[in-house]
Structure formats: structure tokens, C-alpha cells
Design a protein around this ligand. Structure first.
Ligand code: ADP
Ligand code: MG
Length: 228
């Protein structure tokens, strides 16, 4: 049967291993991960601390390379690419959201969101237009010239989400995005993720919060570097 439109395989992981060497010991953070993610999927990843969730996100986001195994992103075998090509793919295809927001403290919201566009072909005026449109999308049209420390936690995370989306990435990766937020603000942020998923963004979110995981369409659980 032909795959339905929008069911394109975005991510194919096969036998992914990641080993860290610390002194004399080897830590196998990922121990044979196989995973397919279709375009438009909305996935939660849960599991105990140390089970390999962040390592998996880093590999998915091309921030780190696997020790063994293959990773295809839109059919492209990214596990064999050099660092420069990987960085290019990362900037174009992947948006990241972290627990600690990771905004630049001296730049206002608009300039923070502009950052990923600085590596692209756009001139300053269209860059700022795009950044403004991304901030509007996350409901921050009236906070564009605020510095991060002039924003609430939830607003900071919205800025981070706008920054992650500004290049229209194929994949949004979020590692504990609500970990520093109270439960009401968490719900707001997850509502935003739901809207993005409904609009077709592929989302993978690491969380140990049951209520956050419940927003996703499917959930995978990790234990000792494996999907269980
Ligand atoms: P989680 O996000 O599920 O808490 P991680 O992916 O951060 O788990 O870590 C998985 C395992 O790999 C842990 O045992 C952790 O200590 C180890 N680990 C992660 N990153 C590194 C690193 N850069 N160097 C050495 N060990 C690491
Ligand atoms: Mg982690």
C-alpha cells in the first residue's frame, strides 16, 4: 500500500549505539536503538534519569554522532557526514528547545529569535520580519523588545520555541521543555506544542511528566539505553 501523504519517513534509526569513555570505564548511553518517525508525528520520550533520553535527542539533533548504527534523516545517511555538513543540516532541519531556555541574555526577544537566521541567506530586514512572525506565532507580538530577564519563564520558553521554529525545521526536539515551569505554564507551553503538531510540525519531546507525555500521539519509553 502506498504511504498516505504526510506519512513520509523523516527519521530512521537502526542499531544506534553511543558509548562514552570516562577514564577506564565505558558508558553505553545508547545500546541498540531502532526507531522510525514519520513526518508530522508527535512523540513523547520518557524514562528514568540516566536512561539515555538526552543522548538520543543529541544524536537525533545532529549535536552528537553515534558510535555505531545508522541514522537517516529524510533518507540522507547523516551518520557518515562531516561536522560542517552536519552543522548545516542541523541549522536547516532541526529546532531545539531546552529545559533552561538557553537564550542570549543581552539580546532582546526579537534578536534572540533572529540568531538561527544569521547563518542563512536572508538580509537583515527580512530576517527581522521572519523573527517577528515567529514571535507572533507563539503569542509574543507585544514582547519583542524585552530582554530575557524581563520575561516570565513561560515567555522565555516561548521565545526559545520561536527561535527553534524560525527556520521552519522539519523536526522540533524538546528536552524537558517544561522542567523549569510551573504546572499552569507547562500546560500553556504544551498547548502551543499541540497547535504546532496540528499544523504539521514533527515534534519529539522528552519528559518525565505524565501530563506532558499525554499530549503526544505516541509515547516511547527508555531504559538502560534501549527503547522498551
Ligand atoms: P537522561 O537524559 O535519560 O537522563 P543521558 O542521555 O543524559 O540520560 O545519559 C545517559 C547515560 O550516559 C548516563 O549514564 C550519563 O551519565 C551518561 N552520559 C551522558 N552524557 C555523557 C558524557 N558527555 N560523558 C560521559 N557520560 C555521559
Ligand atoms: Mg536528560
Amino acid at each position: 500500500m502506498a504511504p498516505a501523504l504526510g506519512d513520509e519517513l523523516l527519521i530512521e534509526l537502526e542499531g544506534i549505539e553511543k558509548t562514552f569513555r570516562v577514564g577506564d570505564t565505558e558508558i553505553r548511553a545508547l545500546d541498540g536503538v531502532d526507531l522510525d518517525v514519520s513526518s508530522g508525528d508527535y512523540l513523547a520520550i520518557s524514562g528514568a534519569s540516566g536512561s539515555g533520553k538526552s543522548t538520543l535527542m543529541n544524536v537525533l539533533g545532529c549535536l552528537d554522532t553515534p558510535t555505531r548504527g545508522s541514522y537517516r534523516l529524510r533518507g540522507v545517511p547523516v551518520h557518515v557526514l562531516d561536522d560542517d555538513t552536519l552543522a548545516m543540516i542541523r541549522n536547516k532541519e532541526i529546532g531545539f528547545v531546552f529545559q533552561s531556555f538557553n537564550l542570549l541574555p543581552r539580546l532582546d526577544a526579537l534578536r534572540n529569535v533572529e540568531v538561527p537566521l544569521l547563518y542563512g541567506p536572508l538580509l537583515p530586514a527580512p530576517r527581522l520580519e521572519r523573527a517577528a512572525a515567529a514571535l507572533e506565532r507563539v503569542g509574543l507580538a507585544d514582547r519583542m523588545s524585552h530582554l530575557p530577564n524581563e520575561l516570565s519563564g513561560g515567555q522565555r520558553q516561548r521565545v526559545a520555541i520561536a527561535r527553534a521554529l524560525v527556520n521552519q525545521p522539519a523536526l522540533l526536539l524538546a528536552d524537558e521543555p517544561t522542567g523549569n515551569l510551573d504546572s499552569r505554564t507547562s500546560e500553556e507551553i504544551m498547548g502551543l506544542f499541540d497547535d504546532l503538531a496540528a499544523a504539521g510540525t514533527t515534534i519529539m519531546v522528552v519528559t518525565h511528566d505524565r501530563e506532558v507525555a499525554a499530549h503526544a500521539r505516541r509515547e516511547i519509553r527508555m531504559r538502560d539505553g534501549k527503547i522498551v
